[in-house]
Design a binder for this molecule. Structure first.
Ligand code: TYM
Length: 353
């Protein structure tokens, strides 16, 4: 548990609040990689007993970049299986597909009407993604409003994400605050919860860029969650390091590769920096470092891959679990959407006033 989360937990305990509500999401596009796992999914699974959790497979967000329809359907189920395999428990967390809960798309429209377009044009991810595309869809610009709606329709207190999503969660706060100012107190203002180290896992081939699903087809960039042990071993052994041959944490950009490998080891083993460095005190150079990092990664991912394969063998059961999640999510999001509509002056069917 990071210090930040411990403080929040202590505050919640003191204020007598029962359980804090958590919302997070992940896109079913590209291969899920170690950054997604260490920056987000592992933390969701590790802490799910403490909170009331909603984890969403954001298929509507995936549509903001071109997708093959059959492939998207496959990726959506595959991601669901991966989340269950990684330890998300349907008895402790609500796991669902975004498009199954129509309040998300409707909420996005309502929030669009209180969000200045300049706020969206400033988003770093929009600028980066737009730069790489010939034609930019309106959906890509509107992406953070859909994301804000995801979060605030559930009155989530905490949004556990990797560092790259910080700006989007800040925007969700701004939108919630603006709505509350215009229409009266309606939404909880959410906070991003970002792990200190796993929050930014870097590319193995280039530790100056974050590990990303979009580059996971590039040889040696990422460890994908479903990679076989020998593939994991090869990717990690190929990882870029430096000439220092010194195994310790460092914020020197020249040593980002070694720092990244140590960070991966630290998050997977749940050890402190001092414990990690002492684990490597007897190591003979970077060869040993890579070998041991590969070992702990393989040990962590093998059971996930095995559970995943079992779950994908029973798609009906998977769909049943997702339908249960959607029912639970609707029970929270639909009444909230009605409240928002009413505050904005829409007539709710069958309701006077
Ligand atoms: P997505 O699908 O890109 O990533 C899912 C989660 O993985 C984290 N992540 C990383 N963490 C550490 N190191 C990395 N290299 C790395 N790469 C990815 C991301 O920060 C994220 O937490 N817009 C979101 C999905 C979303 C969402 C939401 C999130 C939609 N609605 C509401 C939270 C709340 C996204 O595209 O994540």
């Amino acid at each position: 548990m990071t210090t930040e989360i411990k403080i929040q937990q202590a505050r919640a305990d003191m204020s007598g609040e029962t359980r804090r509500r958590v919302f997070s999401g992940i896109q079913p596009s590209g291969d899920v990689q170690l950054g997604n796992y260490l920056g987000a999914i592992k933390g969701w699974a590790d802490r799910q007993a403490e909170k009331e959790n909603f984890f969403c497979i954001v298929d509507l967000h995936a549509l903001t970049t071109p997708q093959d329809p059959d492939e998207l359907r496959h990726q959506t189920r595959s991601l669901a299986a991966m989340l269950f395999a990684a330890g998300l428990d349907p008895d402790k967390s609500t796991i669902f597909i975004q498009s199954h809960v129509t309040a998300h798309a409707e909420g996005c429209w309502l929030l669009n009407c209180v969000t200045p377009v300049g706020w969206l044009e400033r988003m770093t991810q929009f600028k980066e993604k737009a730069d790489n595309q010939e034609r930019v869809s309106t959906g890509l610009l509107d992406y953070p409003v859909l994301m804000a709606g995801d979060i605030i329709l559930y009155d989530a207190h905490e949004v556990p994400v990797g560092e790259d999503q910080r700006q989007h969660v800040e925007l969700a706060r701004d939108i919630a605050q603006r709505f509350n100012r215009i229409y009266g107190d309606t939404f909880v203002v959410p906070e991003a919860v970002i792990p200190e180290i796993g929050g930014r896992v870097m590319g193995l081939n280039d530790p100056s860029v974050k590990m990303s699903k979009s580059f996971s087809h590039i040889r040696g960039h990422a460890v994908r969650l479903l990679d076989e042990p020998d593939e994991i071993d090869r990717s990690i052994k190929r990882a870029v390091t430096d000439n220092e041959n010194e195994i310790r944490f460092s914020d020197d950009p020249e040593r980002a590769g070694v720092n990244n490998l140590l960070g991966i080891y630290k998050v997977i083993t749940d050890k402190t920096e001092a414990e990690v460095e002492s684990d490597f005190a007897d190591a003979r150079g970077y060869g040993d470092l890579k070998k041991r990092v590969a070992e702990v990664v393989i040990e962590a991912l093998t059971p996930i891959r095995e559970r995943y394969n079992r779950l994908m063998g029973d798609v009906e059961e998977l769909d049943r679990l997702l339908e249960r999640g959607a029912d639970q999510a609707r029970a929270v999001a639909d009444p909230k959407l009605d409240e928002v509509k009413h505050r904005m002056g829409l007539i709710l069917p069958g309701r006077k006033g």
